[in-house]
Design a protein around this ligand. Structure first.
Ligand code: PLP
Length: 381
């Protein structure tokens, strides 16, 4: 029998979360149309499936996000896997392409690419292709990660438009990325830069990640004169981008459940210690369960005593230091749980991945993406 740990991926939860986002945008469009007296439409959705769909697997994500208008990622191989899984819709490469040879892949698999520096534009201007490419020109509106500087953007955009008129490109869009959509600073400063720099430039707009899609849906609405796309990632997996609002508060469901079983039980007396370093010491008699899950499975080693975990349907706490292959839990609230008892580390029927992340000083994104390849995925409809 294999080790009892596994991650269940719910295709239904992925589809449900996409619906939640779609409804949220739809409501925002209705409200804004009524308030502004001009027709505003919900944007199209690029479902972001980078990093192996945040650890959920490309193929289940393609199935779960069938109703999305597009898929977005970074890795060309993942893009090819989407095509092989039968995805015929648009695919956006968020970091663009990396060398001239990649353009052939864009052409062959009909991929839309971000263009964030002048060299990429120059590469696109060369060579022969079977079809005209779709691009989004990326503006660095203040995050200082990828994108053309504000004072270089308009000239670059105009050369892209000339390439469109010359038959090299099919469509040219505008895009940027927010650094603080989840926090108190918000998006106003970057949006002001984006609006000023892109003013009057034609083409569809794409600015919002999960946090901006949920918190500021109005900036992503489509108008008569331009289309719009949002790029949600984490919320589609049932994680939250916010430190102060859980995913459940938006009606999102966890798409990944990391589960295992107890493979050992120890009866401690007062003063007995648990695990490497003996970081936890029992104050009195204590039943401790040993779970087949450790940091080599992707469980965070920085999660300490008190991190929530569910054993036999009862919420309890982690004890001591997480080992490579095991961790210990307090069985006081689950006195009947013995070897073989089911354990949920995060997901459906257990703590939210964001709670575990917070206890470990990180974010749910990192835990989902860092699920180790040795953990088998069980995909359920
Ligand atoms: C990762 C990423 C997203 C999605 O971010 P979430 O916070 O997961 O919604 C959107 N756009 C770009 C450019 C990204 O890199």
């Amino acid at each position: 029998m294999p080790r009892p740990i596994h991650a269940t991926i719910s295709v239904d939860a992925l589809a449900h979360n996409l619906d939640v986002v779609r409804n949220h945008l739809h409501q925002a469009a209705l409200a804004a149309t009524a308030a502004q007296g001009q027709p505003l439409a919900p944007p199209s959705i690029w479902a972001v499936i980078k990093a192996n769909a945040y650890g959920h697997g490309i193929e289940p994500a393609v199935r779960g996000f069938r109703q999305a208008q597009g898929l977005a990622m970074l890795d060309l191989n993942e893009a090819v896997r989407c095509r092989e899984a039968g995805w015929g819709g648009p695919i956006l490469l968020l970091e663009g392409f990396f060398e001239p040879a990649d353009v052939e892949v864009l052409d062959r698999y009909h991929l839309t690419t971000a263009v964030h520096h002048a060299d990429q534009l120059a590469i696109l201007a060369e060579g022969r292709r079977s079809r005209r490419l779709d691009i989004f020109m990326k503006l660095n509106s203040g995050m200082n990660r990828l994108g053309f500087a504000p004072d270089a953007y308009r000239a670059a955009y105009r050369s892209a438009l000339r390439m469109r008129d010359d038959g090299v490109l099919n469509s040219v869009g505008k895009m940027t990325h927010f650094a603080n959509a989840d926090g108190p600073e918000g998006i106003a400063a970057q949006m002001a830069v984006f609006d000023r720099v892109t003013e009057g430039l034609p083409g569809p707009v794409s600015v919002s990640n999960s946090a901006a899609t949920l918190r500021y849906p109005a900036v992503s609405l489509a108008r008569d004169d331009h289309g719009a796309w949002v790029r949600p990632g984490i919320c589609l997996y049932g994680g939250t981008p916010f430190a102060d609002a859980g995913a459940d508060s938006f009606g999102l469901r966890p798409a990944m459940t990391l589960a295992s079983r107890l493979i050992g039980v120890q009866e401690l007396r007062a003063g007995d210690a648990v695990g490497y370093g003996g970081l936890f010491r029992a104050e009195g008699p204590l039943r401790v369960g040993v779970v087949a899950c450790g940091y080599a499975d992707g469980y965070p080693r920085h999660a300490g005593t008190g991190t929530p975990v569910t054993v036999a349907g009862v919420r309890t706490r982690l004890l001591g230091r997480v080992s490579m292959d095991m961790l210990a839990v307090d069985l006081t609230p689950a006195p009947a749980a013995g070897i073989g008892a089911p354990v949920v580390l995060w997901g459906e029927g257990g703590p939210a991945v964001d709670e575990v992340a917070q206890a470990a000083g990180t974010i749910g994104y990192e835990l989902l993406c860092a699920l180790a390849p040795r953990v088998p995925l069980q995909v359920v409809p």
